[in-house]
Design a protein around this ligand. Structure first.
Ligand code: MTE
Ligand code: MO
Length: 420
């Protein structure tokens, strides 16, 4: 870990590839009398709004009108996912699908489409799905209004690839090295903007040399893609699956397995991540460590991924997390005997909107007053009300958020003394 960001930890899991069915947005826009001619006096935007209201207002975003009007971009209003009606989670009854684009633009529970000469005015259009320059933390970004700089918006996704086999914590006994056995490395690659993944390479020697993997790209056989292969512009939207068979002895002296993809613009992935406040668009080489451990009377190889999605523990990147700043009330030592202690059972009674306590790093906080002000919404705290929320809290909060905790500190969690 370089430094905590304010984004969620997706691991390599916040990606999907589904079959969407819907009405081309272009078709709807034409019915409404909108056409390219409307753009002659300057760019226009299609603004989408969802029915949901979040702590900072309605969810909405926008894309340029020209993007929606060009058929090859395949922008649709979807009502089916993988052959079934959309589920509520995925935007029932109707959502926007913009292939090759970041998820945040694909508004769910779509309620309104507006054509405007300005981008969407939703808070979330500006404060999410941006890559800010590394020197900006959230506070400075807000003060200097860099969230509004159009250069930092994310539309098309960048090129990325992942190793799925070996999985995190997968074990191989060293006895597999006998008999010339082989191992099949596997994963997927993606790139935005309709570009094609043209190769995926694997390194077993920390990036010194690279091996070409085999690609499986199911969409290449799709009639639409076959037709577009010559006319007008080929567009590729789906995951490419890669695999590479290696002899087991390749793991000897192999410290890590890395993967990098290339696309039709000859773009590839950087070796190292660049920190940005949202922690977004990190597409550095995906590196799986190869560890050797003794288990019983056998030696095993154990594979370790960089991170695990969500709140799951593990991953070599988070072995040295940034030092947590634990809140102390001003002028009082936390081992002061006058500070009340509460058992977890006592804390558990304060578990609702009118009376909400939580535990973070063995300290008890009364956040009842803060519920309505929480940028992540009331519900995000309430699901942890009366509980130890250390993991969930540490996962996503900035240093500033950690410092704010001290205003709500009311005591310490009683540590259970072991019975003698
Ligand atoms: N109305 C509405 N649409 C939304 C959001 C939202 O909060 N409200 N979140 C967006 C974001 S940030 C993402 S990544 C995708 C997630 O889509 P999924 O739930 O189908 O994976 O929905 C987008 N559309
Ligand atoms: Mo998102």
């Amino acid at each position: 870990m370089i430094k905590q960001s304010i984004g969620f930890n997706w691991g390599s899991a916040a990606a999907s590839c589904a079959i969407w069915k819907g009405v081309p947005l272009n078709y709807i826009l034409k019915l409404a009398g909108v056409s390219l001619k409307d753009c002659v006096n300057g760019p226009l935007y299609v603004c989408f709004s969802g029915v949901d209201t979040l702590p900072n207002g309605y969810y909405g975003t926008s894309i340029p009108l020209e993007w929606s009007l060009n058929d090859v971009n395949d922008v649709i209003l979807a009502y089916e996912m993988n052959g079934e009606r959309l589920t509520p989670d995925h935007g029932y009854p109707l959502r926007v699908i913009i292939p090759g684009c970041i998820g945040g633009r694909m508004v769910k529970w779509l309620s309104k489409i507006t054509i405007s000469n300005k981008e969407s005015d939703s808070y979330y259009h500006y404060h999410d799905n941006r890559v800010l320059p590394p020197e900006f933390d959230a506070e400075r970004a807000t003060k200097e209004k860099v969230w509004y700089n159009p250069n930092y918006i994310i539309n098309y996704l960048n090129i990325n690839s992942v190793i799925t086999s070996p999985a995190h914590n997968e074990c191989i006994p060293l006895s597999s090295f006998l008999n010339n056995q082989t191992y099949t490395l596997k994963g997927y690659a993606y790139t935005g903007g309709g570009h094609k993944i043209t190769r995926v390479e694997i390194s077993l020697d920390n990036g010194k040399t690279w091996l070409l993997s085999k690609l499986d790209q199911p969409e290449l056989d799709h009639p639409v893609v076959l037709k577009r292969g010559v006319n007008p512009i080929p567009r590729y939207w789906c995951w490419s699956f890669w695999s590479l068979i290696i002899p087991f002895h390749s793991f000897i002296r192999c410290e890590e397995i890395s993967v990098r993809a290339w696309d039709s613009t000859q773009n590839t992935q950087p070796r190292n991540p660049t920190w940005n406040v949202m922690g977004m668009m990190n597409n550095c080489h995906f590196r799986v460590k190869v560890n050797t451990i003794a288990q019983g009377n056998e030696f095993r190889l154990v594979f370790e991924h960089p991170t695990q999605p969500g709140n799951q523990a593990g991953g070599w990147m988070i072995k040295s997390p940034p030092k947590l700043i634990t809140a102390k009330p001003p002028g009082v030592s936390t081992i002061d005997s006058k500070i009340p202690t509460f058992t977890i059972n006592e804390v558990a009674k304060h578990n609702n909107e009118k009376d909400c306590w939580i535990v973070i790093n063995k300290k008890v906080y009364n956040c009842t007053e803060f519920l309505k002000k929480h940028p992540g919404g009331t519900a995000a705290i309430l699901i942890n009300a009366g509980k130890d929320a250390t993991i969930e809290f540490n996962e996503i909060h900035s240093t500033k958020a950690r410092e704010m905790l001290k205003d709500f500190y009311i005591g310490n969690l009683a540590t259970l003394k072991p019975k003698l």
